[in-house]
Write a protein that binds this ligand. Structure first.
Ligand code: 13P
Ligand code: SF4
Length: 317
């Protein structure tokens, strides 16, 4: 039975036999998070993938994450338990669209969120994740125009923090985070007046949160815009009794592990990513037994994308 001590021991035995490290994103189902060797956000997992001593990486996450691991470590075997686990945000900017956007904006530096295909990364100057998007854009001289894609809400967050209006933002979004709206956030905040708010910058409600602060409905220092990894750190250091969480619901498991004394409530408990949930315990077992699904990135595309991804993992903490 998945999650039992015998199942866990078998997964770990097979991983050792295959010389494989199992990585899981914070949005994976709890049983996958619990069996993985490392759980984290996109940036942390990319860094682990780049330095892990094992010859095989099993990426329990979505396809662009496994592709990023392959770009960083082309000599390693990178497996994903289901290669069909995509991402609506990565789908919202094609390489043809990016090329046309660049042609309209000569001289601009292209910053792409890691939630993109390898082909888009190959046309990118620097990638970023939600943990370091602000630092990445801030590393570009202030008078240089920037094209930021594909996430419009993360882009708006970066523009707001840096007060920089020469950052042009693509209009893409993640269907899960865009669906967590401002009305829901305001209603939840009003019903739980003492709770802190952890909001992922991909959320459609990230801007509404700042209106809540400006209107005095919520004290500004109780509103935190955080990547999933930053949420775990904030929870571990927090003395709050209750936290409202605006992101994919898989996050709550890792938050409870980090801070068992805090009551974590999802702002929208239907915010589940069907792509992340395609990775099941049975598919993880199959992946180890049959060494599938292997992720391939065309070597020329990988070579052109590598610099942008390496700059990403070098920036931010
Ligand atoms: P982070 O884990 O980097 O915050 O990314 C969130 C996400 O949506 C990944 O799909
Ligand atoms: Fe993509 Fe959104 Fe799912 Fe993350 S939660 S993998 S951004 S669709």
């Amino acid at each position: 039975v998945a999650g039992s001590p015998a199942w866990t021991a078998e997964i770990h035995r097979l991983a050792e036999e295959r010389d494989a490290v199992i990585l899981a994103h914070n949005y994976q189902v709890p049983v996958i998070q619990d069996v993985a060797h490392h759980v984290g956000d996109s940036l942390a997992l990319s860094r682990i993938a780049a330095t892990a001593p094992q010859s095989t990486i099993i990426f329990c996450g979505v396809h662009f994450m496994a592709e990023t691991a392959k770009i960083l470590s082309p000599e390693k075997t990178v497996l994903i338990p289901d290669a069909a686990a995509g991402c609506s945000l990565a789908d919202s900017l094609t390489v043809e669209e990016l090329r046309a956007w660049k042609a309209e904006n000569p001289g601009a530096v292209v910053v792409s969120y890691v939630n993109t295909t390898a082909a888009v990364k190959a046309e990118t100057d620097i990638c970023c994740t939600s943990s370091n998007a602000v630092e990445v854009v801030d590393s570009i001289p202030r008078d240089t125009p920037v094209l930021f894609g594909p996430d419009q809400f993360l882009g708006a967050h970066v523009r707001r923090i840096l007060q920089r209006d020469n950052v042009k933002v693509w209009g893409g979004e993640c269907h899960v985070h865009a669906g967590i709206n401002g009305a829901e956030l305001s209603a939840k905040a009003a019903a739980h007046p003492d709770a802190d708010l952890y909001i992922h910058p991909e959320c459609g409600c990230a801007t509404s949160a700042l209106y809540l602060a400006a209107s005095g409905a919520v004290e500004p220092d109780r509103i935190k815009i955080l990547s999933t990894g930053e949420m775990v750190h904030a929870a571990g250091a927090s003395r709050s009794r209750q936290v409202l969480v605006a992101t994919e619901i898989g996050m709550i498991h890792q938050l409870k592990r980090a801070a068992p004394g805090i009551d974590f409530l999802a702002v929208n408990d239907r915010a589940s990513c069907g792509y992340m949930k395609m990775i099941t315990p049975d598919k993880l077992m199959r992946s180890l037994l049959e060494m599938r699904d292997e992720v391939h990135v065309d070597p020329d595309t990988a070579a052109r994308a590598r610099g942008a991804v390496e700059r990403m993992i070098a920036i931010g903490s």
